[in-house]
Ligand binder design. Structure first.
Ligand code: SF4
Length: 304
């Protein structure tokens, strides 16, 4: 005999099938089988603090990818002034679980500006993911300072982890096609791993897009599996006018990708980035079942 019931455990609801086993040696004569969770993994509310919306690197998929003008007649907008950021942080009315400090690459502000910004954020929030290996590489080259020192200062300022950047893939063919001016995949990994050594666990990224093949994913995930990561963030691509081919994958393909990521990267927390909170509850429940631990949703942004 079989019956289905809803079962509450640790605050989550599960659909269960109960089989009554008569005439077996099974203790209690009952088998409880959990079919699937009825609730999605938790959503983390994210505050994005954007330093600048311009970046010289020109990655094809990025909203910040404005070419920094070379001629003086073209004004370059300054990055977010620190007093403006502070005022916004003091008057923020929503609860925030994570602050992401990010932005494009600028030649104008020194590293001190970026470190001070993190320090001011740390007066209000305790979980702060800052910048990415791409920015660290730029400061290292511009200021001729060891990356270790830059990371140590960010940690001192209150950072708790390093971000993955706008869309990082370790497959060279992707990089050549979508972000040809980026630092090499090896340099990106080296900087991320230095972050781990310093106490700033890095976040790795998995891009979910129909234009990527299963072999691409295997190559990317198997390289990631050789290193240490605090979190894996999966970014669901959206098509833009300029790049309609970047449309996100079908849900079933994303579920397969989540399972694949789990099989390569084990128990490292896997978060799906859903910045606009557009995923339906059903999609989130299925993603949870496939192995997703949490979702990121942007609830506030402070930008210049
Ligand atoms: S993804 Fe990062 S490095 Fe590339 S253009 Fe955007 S901000 Fe710049």
């Amino acid at each position: 005999m079989m019956r289905e019931i809803l079962w509450q455990r640790k605050g989550r609801t599960h659909l269960c099938r109960i089989y009554l086993l008569i005439g077996t040696k099974r203790k209690g004569g009952m088998k409880l089988e959990v079919i699937y969770p009825q609730e999605a993994s938790p959503t983390w509310d994210v505050l994005k603090l954007t330093t600048t919306r311009q970046c010289w690197m020109g990655c094809h998929f990025c909203d910040f990818s404005n070419f920094t003008p070379m001629k003086p007649a073209h004004p370059i907008a300054p990055s977010l002034p620190i007093p403006v950021a502070e005022k916004a942080l003091k008057t923020l009315e929503v609860k925030v679980d994570l602050v992401k400090v990010r932005g494009g690459l600028t030649f104008r502000e020194p590293f001190e500006y970026f470190r001070t910004l993190v320090h001011r954020v740390s007066q209000h929030h305790s979980t702060i993911q800052v910048y990415s290996p791409v920015e660290l590489h730029q400061w290292h080259r511009m200021e001729q300072r060891p990356i270790r020192d830059l990371l140590a200062e960010l940690r001192w300022a209150g950072a708790t982890g390093i971000g993955p950047g706008g869309g990082e893939s370790l497959v060279q063919a992707w990089r050549d096609r979508l972000s040809p001016n980026r630092l090499s995949a090896n340099a990106w990994i080296d900087i991320a791993q230095l972050g781990w050594d310093i106490g700033l666990p890095p976040t790795a990224m998995v891009l979910a897009g129909d234009w990527l093949s299963t072999d691409d994913y295997r190559e990317h995930l198997s390289r990631l599996a050789d290193f240490r990561w605090g979190t894996i963030e999966m970014k669901l691509f959206r098509a833009s006018d300029a790049h309609p081919e970047l449309e996100s994958s079908h849900l079933l393909k994303i579920l397969t990708l989540i399972e694949m990521t789990r099989s390569y990267l084990g128990e490292i927390p896997l978060v799906i980035s859903d910045p606009r909170g557009e995923l339906s509850d059903d999609a989130k429940i299925l993603m949870t079942q496939a192995g997703c631990d949490a979702f990121y949703r942007t609830v506030a942004e402070v930008a210049p």
